[in-house]
Design a protein around this ligand. Sequence first.
Ligand code: DGT
Ligand code: CA
Length: 571
Amino acid sequence: MKNSEIAEIFNNIADILEIKEENPFRISAYRKAAQNIESLPKDIETVARKKKLTAIPGIGKDLAGKIEEYISKGKIKLYEDLKRSVSKPVLELMAIPGVGPKTAKLLSEKLKVHSIKDLEKKASQGKIKDIFGIKEKTVTNILRGIGFLKKSEERTHLGQAIKISDEITSRLKKLSEVKKASPAGSLRRMKETVRDIDILITSNKPRKVMEVFTRIPQVKEVLVHGPTKSSIITRNNVQVDVRVVEPSSFGSALCYFTGSKSHNIALRKMAVEKGLKINEYGVFKAKTNKRIAGTDEKDIYKALNLAYVPPEMREDRGEIQLALKNKLPRLVELKDIKGDIHVHSKNSDGALSFEEIASTCQGLGYEYVIITDHSQTLQVAGGLKEKDLLKNVEKIRKLNKKFKKIRLLIGSEVDILSDGRLDYKDSVLKELDFVIGAIHSGFKQSREVLTRRIVKAMESRYVNMIAHPTGRLMGVRDSYEIDLEKVLKVAKETNTALEINAYPERLDLDDNASRRAKEVGVMLGIATDAHTKEQFQNMAFGVSVARRGWLEKKNVLNTFGLESFLKKLKK
Ligand code: DGT
Ligand code: CA
């Protein structure tokens, strides 16, 4: 799929336009388009073939033309021209999160930095400090940015990894020689990013499976081609390992290769204490070597006298102790979700009309959906003026007569301004069913200021949830710093929910913070922030974060049916 290649080019175009201080709306159009292409769950070539590119939000005729150009010619003229117009070091330096065009130019032109490596060296030798007004804090940020860049190059986010894994497993499953196929490793544990994809297969013709796997179209490079295990690098640079095992070992191999390593170590220790031996081939009596489990993963846990631990919990964070006492939480599931509570329509920066959103969500079996377009300050994302929002309130109320099975609610994703005030007056907010407070500016403010902004927003009697509370965008920027404990405390006091934003690049709050929220008694809302029809599917990623955070149904606001959901909203 060329999705990520095109998204990367659009992001690079935006970077170069930024260096050249071009129109900010044009820059933001390229960035938005890149984001939407990256999160498109369909092959962009298929979309182009069906002449549906302009249905992707943020893709107009012009950008659609660029995409078609790339698909047919393998390059985009505008991009090639732009690249020639700026120096290579500047381009490379701008890839560092937090290094904008101005700093990149300064570093390259005045300090003669010629690469990221060179910058890292010069910065750690203290050669960057105190010249041309670069502050010590900037240097620290640059070094942190380089670390972040390296880390994000090593790992692939879950959304993309699942797509690749699904493509490959479904292809292999079609072979008559393949009996079972399942992802394992961090992907099966639904970790937010994975280093590589592990796939496990049972077959009595492993060589045939290896032959097919190493020749699938996704292959860029074959690292290992063995009789039962092979590794490839895909065209989008992700490593995939496929192992074939005997059917009688499938359960134990699945358990072993799902990990995590520390969960496995803890299991092994328990086995030893029970006079058993556990490995990827099965569970055995230590004395006699008699196999007592192996085919089915559930039996592995049974053999150790443990309740079955869902893959998302296998991190050795206390789950084994609970499994021993049969006290594991009953994790929330996708089917428990009763409505999407953060959705954008055509009115701001989304692609769908109110009707289309309602029918999509009805199709998903939801009882309600809340339209939460952006507020007036966020002009680049089509933020609504107060009077337009109020008109939509009327529209939505009327529209409900048309839909019998689903209730459309109206809310807003309201910007929390830099001083913590909300972007709409109370007299407007009070007309809404649901208000989400969100930070979209001033990411570089101090931890104290950012925390105070969120706290102030939560103290409003109208704010029901805080969107993507830490603001991270994987591969683009790290979380901004907040005092999570303080935020949780006030969330609890003010009955404000915190969001688990299900957008694959966000997944914010993350698993650890969500688990902490549960401990404190804060309600979480899992929401897609969908801008397109396909993005409603991201709910599954949000649910997996929740599951990794040990959340149960009762901890998640939108698992409640319409009546109880509305009752739970504050104030
Ligand atoms: P990552 O880094 O995102 O790929 O994370 P994982 O968990 O997928 O790690 P990976 O791919 O190195 O290994 C897959 C699983 O295999 C891992 O979760 C547990 C198991 N495993 C790997 N190495 C060891 C080991 O040395 N000891 C044990 N007990 N298990 C291991
Ligand atoms: Ca892995």
